[in-house]
Design a protein around this ligand. Structure first.
Ligand code: 13P
Length: 248
């Protein structure tokens, strides 16, 4: 059975010291689940100490970004080998904050997806429409182009995770309804099926992100094509994150 994936994206929160404190508590609270995987994505500076704490815990470790090149004169960037050697198993690629604040385009995101897999890490390809695109009836066009371009030439669906995060739902307290999310997730599943065949597409986990909370996680997780959650704000506190991890 495919395990669901409950992932915390910490964004630019928590120092290494704060991360260590949090993860020690999380490691004690998290039991080994048969049906779900728990993932945390701390800032770069916390990854190495985080891996040490999580090495015997049933919690996976992810990074929030990676550079598209193996190495080079790229001041301030982080290479895939640096992440892998720090114990990273997943990489968030093309988060809407990277796209909209730091100007990442589909071609950069595609490079990040590809290089993550080359280095043995699962890419989490993030896609999602802005409010004006939704209002203009362009949601599916936006998702189609982000998925198609983000996965151009990509041949490791077995490693892939996709996250649907409508930009208007991120950090706003506005969540997509379970039906709105399911509709887009099904659309992504069909695209994956066209690209990789039905069987492989069914194995890809498609996460929903955008104001996920303990109060709304159950109804989202009951949808056929929602295989997990990518959680921002509510992943920063142990109570709320565990409330989501323990969805029913
Ligand atoms: P919030 O859960 O804070 O809305 O953030 C979602 C997100 O961007 C996760 O990557």
């Amino acid at each position: 059975m495919k395990k669901s994936l409950i992932a915390g994206n910490w964004k630019m929160y928590k120092t290494p010291g704060e991360s260590v404190d949090f993860l020690k508590k999380l490691a004690m609270e998290t039991v080994k689940y048969n049906d779900r995987e728990v993932l945390v994505c701390p800032p770069f500076t916390s990854l190495y100490p985080a891996a040490e704490i999580l090495k015997d815990a049933p919690v996976s470790l992810g990074a929030q970004n990676v550079h598209t090149e193996k190495e080079g004169a790229f001041t301030g960037e982080i290479s895939p080998a640096m992440l892998r050697d720090s114990g990273v198993e997943y990489v968030i690629c093309g988060h809407s904050e990277r796209r909209n604040i730091f100007g990442e385009n589909d071609s950069t995101v595609n490079g990040k997806v590809r290089i993550s897999s080359e280095y043995g890490m699962s890419p989490i390809l993030c896609v999602g429409e802005k409010i004006e695109e939704r209002k203009a009836g362009k949601t599916f066009d936006v998702i189609r182009s982000q998925v198609e371009n983000g996965l151009s030439g990509y041949d490791r669906p077995d490693m892939l995770v996709v996250a649907y995060e409508p930009v208007w739902a991120i950090g706003t307290g506005l969540t997509a309804t379970p039906e709105q999310a399911q509709e887009v997730h099904l659309f992504i599943r069909q695209m994956l099926s066209n690209l990789y065949g039905r069987e492989l597409s069914m194995a890809v986990r498609i996460l929903y992100g955008g104001s996920v909370k303990p109060e709304n996680v159950n109804s989202l997780m009951r949808q056929d094509d929602i295989d997990g959650a990518l959680v921002g704000g509510a992943s920063l506190k142990l109570d709320s994150f565990m409330g989501i991890v323990n969805y029913s």
